[in-house]
Ligand binder design. Structure first.
Ligand SMILES: Nc1ncnc2c1ncn2[C@@H]1O[C@H](COP(=O)(O)OP(=O)(O)OP(=O)(O)O)[C@@H](O)[C@H]1O
Length: 228
């Protein structure tokens, strides 16, 4: 469902961020993207989100060649991808409920759908009792759960996580990983860029390792493979 065909990205300063990437990621896969700083992980995520364009090659998502997607189709395409960041990025002036509902509102969901789905999502992430709380009243782990509920709001086929446990203690990190694992079992593809060696080593998921813009390793039950 995600296919990179000979994808390269060269930034304006002639810096090669990704070089001739070929990848196939199936529906429901859980894949870690690892590699040293500057290896190209963020560029990979930006290509998926169509925030940057490849210099050459093609990216297919659910059978659609996104490199040829018309500009007016991009917002619709992005609804199919939920994104979870290291720093949560919740709206501070909205409650937990409103943060999740807002993601559906901007995707034109009806108020009926919103009223039905938001409590379901909050139940899934274990935060139904916090729906009236504001982000600053929540722990980091709880904020990340809200971010995951928001990422799932429009029923995406893919969730991209950029260092989602980077601001969390080990216990909260593990409960977030268990939640992401459950989500992937229900058929949502999860791509997670991370430097968290312990997590990658214990999860025994697919590991795609980038170095200097090249895939140097792609293992089904892989390990982190670096010492940092
Ligand atoms: N907008 C840009 N213009 C020029 N060069 C860039 C740009 N964005 C990234 N690069 C370069 O491309 C390379 C890959 O960067 P990228 O951000 O994808 O790495 P990364 O693996 O995500 O690193 P990190 O783990 O530090 O986040 C780096 O050498 C970086 O300096």
């Amino acid at each position: 469902m995600i296919e990179f065909r000979n994808v390269s990205k060269v930034y304006g300063n002639n810096h090669i961020a990704l070089s001739n990437i070929n990848l196939n990621i199936k529906k429901g896969d859980f894949a870690f993207i690892v590699g040293p700083s500057g290896a190209g992980k963020t560029t990979f995520i930006k290509l998926m989100l169509k925030e940057v364009e490849p210099t050459s090659g093609e990216i297919l998502v659910n059978g659609i060649n996104i490199t040829q997607l018309k500009r007016n189709k991009i917002p619709f395409y992005r609804r199919n991808i939920g994104v979870v960041f290291q720093d949560f990025r919740l709206l501070s002036d909205k409650t937990v409920y409103e943060n999740v509902a807002f993601a559906m509102e901007i995707a034109d969901a009806s108020s009926r759908e919103i009223k039905k789905r938001v409590p379901q999502l909050l139940a899934l992430v274990g935060l139904l009792n916090k729906e009236k709380s504001y982000p600053h009243q929540l722990s980091g782990g709880e904020q990340q759960r809200v971010a995951i509920a928001r990422a799932l709001a429009n029923n995406p086929s893919i969730i991209i996580c950029d260092e989602p446990t980077g601001n969390l203690d080990p216990d909260n990190s593990w409960s977030i990983m268990e939640l992401l694992n459950e989500i992937s079992k229900s058929g949502t593809t999860i791509l997670m860029a991370t430097h968290a060696k312990d997590i990658v080593d214990r999860m025994k998921k697919r590991v795609i390792a980038l170095e200097k813009g090249v895939v140097i390793r792609d293992e089904q039950r892989g390990v982190y493979g670096y010492e940092d």
